[in-house]
Design a protein around this ligand. Structure first.
Ligand code: COD
Ligand code: ZN
Length: 375
């Protein structure tokens, strides 16, 4: 059936209320307007940030269609779209790259001003909605809303990828992998022979380890309170692991002793203020670089003794691994296809889209690293 220019009715997982299961609904998806793209979803990962909306710790207007780590095929394009065409394999981008704003024009920065991360009200970039259900508009999430058989995104929020890319794995390049890997190779700029410490060995932490390894780090120390995470961390490149619960001494002191005064690079991939401070303390006072990757769920602040920085430490952070999204995602997909890094270590479960609530239970119970939902 030719769907171009028509409203498509399809299944989507709608969040109507906080802390309630997703409800599988028939939703109407409007055709793409100018500079928009409608995508048929093939695979989507479940990310902790989606769960933060479910619990309300990341405030968003409801009802909403969540999901932002995915891959699919272009179904149709709106007027003026030139960079993708129907049939192209694509990855929707939770951070756009508009090419117009001062951030996009800056050679290093990636936090495009068209991003919707800090906006509570999820909508398309023109402020309107493309989804409706039972006569009500549904909110978008991060300009992607991938928990739907079809979605509409802005052209600056989608990257065309290699025609042979396996969509059920490269979907992870849409969030977890890029966030972690880029934090090592692009944000920290890990150097060959260096010592790195990674706090938090979830999916994003594992991707940080992969980045440290690819950049040639000699020692990669994984830190997690859950020792079940150690085997996988070692498999993707950690050279040693430890739990802060195993010692009476603060873990920053244990690490300082182990690393001759502090690591070259440390990464906070837990999303807690205390581990952010521990990660900062655990990098070398004179030349260490500490990168904040995690985000504490509610707006919270840290207070800091400036001496920690005056001695020579660097403290930084970035979203999406500091990668400019449209430039980097197609290249990362090609690097994956040439074997530069593997993604299978991150995938612990694959479920049909209809079992989305089961997928979220696996995340909540800590059993999964990443669950991929297939359509
Ligand atoms: N010390 C050490 N490890 C700990 C501690 C602690 N005190 N507490 C928990 N942990 C461990 C857990 O056992 C777990 O293994 C790990 O930390 C966290 O892993 P996950 O699986 O819960 O989470 P990830 O890896 O999927 O994601 C972690 C982030 C912190 C990156 C994530 O929660 C986050 O903040 N994401 C937002 C960052 C971002 O850039 N988002 C952009 C769009 S998604
Ligand atoms: Zn995410």
């Amino acid at each position: 059936m030719d769907t171009v220019g028509k409203v498509i009715t399809c299944k989507a997982a709608v969040l109507w209320e906080h802390n309630k299961p997703f409800s599988m609904e028939d939703v109407e998806v409007a055709p793409p307007k100018a500079h928009e793209v409608r995508i048929k979803m093939v695979a989507t990962g479940i990310c902790r940030s989606d769960e933060h909306v479910v619990t309300g710790s990341l405030p968003r207007d409801l009802p909403v269609i969540l999901g932002h780590e995915a891959a699919g095929i272009v179904e149709s394009i709106g007027e003026g779209v030139t960079t993708v065409k129907p049939g192209d394999k694509v990855i929707p981008l939770p951070i756009p790259q508009c090419e117009q704003c001062s951030v996009c024009k800056h050679p290093e920065a990636n936090y495009c001003q068209m991003n919707g991360i800090e906006s509570k009200q999820g909508a398309m970039q023109d402020g309107t909605f493309r989804f409706s259900c039972r006569g009500r508009p549904l909110h978008h999430f991060l300009g992607t809303s991938t928990f739907s058989q079809f979605t509409v995104v802005n052209e600056n929020s989608v990257a065309p990828i290699h025609a042979d890319a396996p969509l059920d794995t490269v979907c992870l390049i849409g969030c977890a992998f890029s966030t972690g890997y880029g934090s090592a190779v692009k944000v920290a700029k890990v150097t060959p022979g260096s010592t790195c410490t990674v706090f938090g060995l979830g999916g994003v932490g594992l991707a940080v380890i992969m980045g440290c390894k690819a950049a040639g780090a000699a020692r990669i120390i994984g830190v997690d309170i859950n020792k079940d995470k150690f085997a996988k961390a070692m498999a993707v490149g950690a050279t040693e692991c430890l739990s802060p619960l195993d010692s009476q001494q603060p873990v920053s002191e244990v690490l300082s002793e182990r690393t001759g005064g502090g690591a070259d690079f440390t990464f906070e991939v837990v999303g807690r203020l205390d581990t952010m401070m521990t990660a900062l303390l655990s990098c070398h006072p004179a030349f260490g670089v500490s990168v904040v990757v995690g985000v504490p769920p509610n707006a919270q602040s840290l207070s800091l003794n400036p001496m920690l920085l005056l001695t020579g430490r660097t403290w930084k952070g970035a979203v999406f691994g500091g990668f400019k999204s449209r430039d980097s995602v197609p290249r990362l997909v090609e690097e994956f296809m040439t074997g530069k890094f593997k993604l299978d270590a991150l995938v612990t479960h694959v479920l049909p889209f209809e079992k989305i609530n089961e997928g979220f239970e696996l995340l909540r119970s800590g059993q999964s690293v990443r669950t991929i939902l297939t359509f």
